[in-house]
Design a protein around this ligand. Structure first.
Ligand SMILES: [Zn+2]
Length: 98
């Protein structure tokens, strides 16, 4: 049944197009402040709002502050519309995220 095959292909192409969303990775703030990371240094892993790279203690203080504000996640990279509780909203393939 060649007509049905054609139709199926068209449908799967459409689904692929709409689900091709780019998502930024997120860091779980409570996780990185937890036991597993206690002995590891967070130096150089985080930046403040001004783009300054933070040292270990500074990074931990910033993350603890964020946690106190009810934030749960930290974005990896520039993420437009990032939500500190639900994370990256997803970006469609055509969107310029840089
Ligand atoms: Zn994002």
């Amino acid at each position: 049944m060649p007509t049905n095959v054609k139709k199926d292909l068209a449908i799967s192409k459409t689904i692929f197009y709409f689900t091709f969303m780019m998502r930024h990775m997120t860091i779980n703030i409570a996780g990185i402040l937890g036991d597993k990371w206690k002995r590891k240094s967070l130096k150089g892993m985080f930046e403040d709002e001004n783009g300054r790279v933070l040292g270990n203690i500074e990074a931990r203080e910033m993350l603890a502050q964020m946690l106190a504000e009810g934030k749960k996640l930290f974005p990896v990279g520039e993420c437009e519309g990032f939500d500190y509780i639900t994370g990256c909203p997803g970006h469609s393939s055509g969107e310029d995220t840089e």
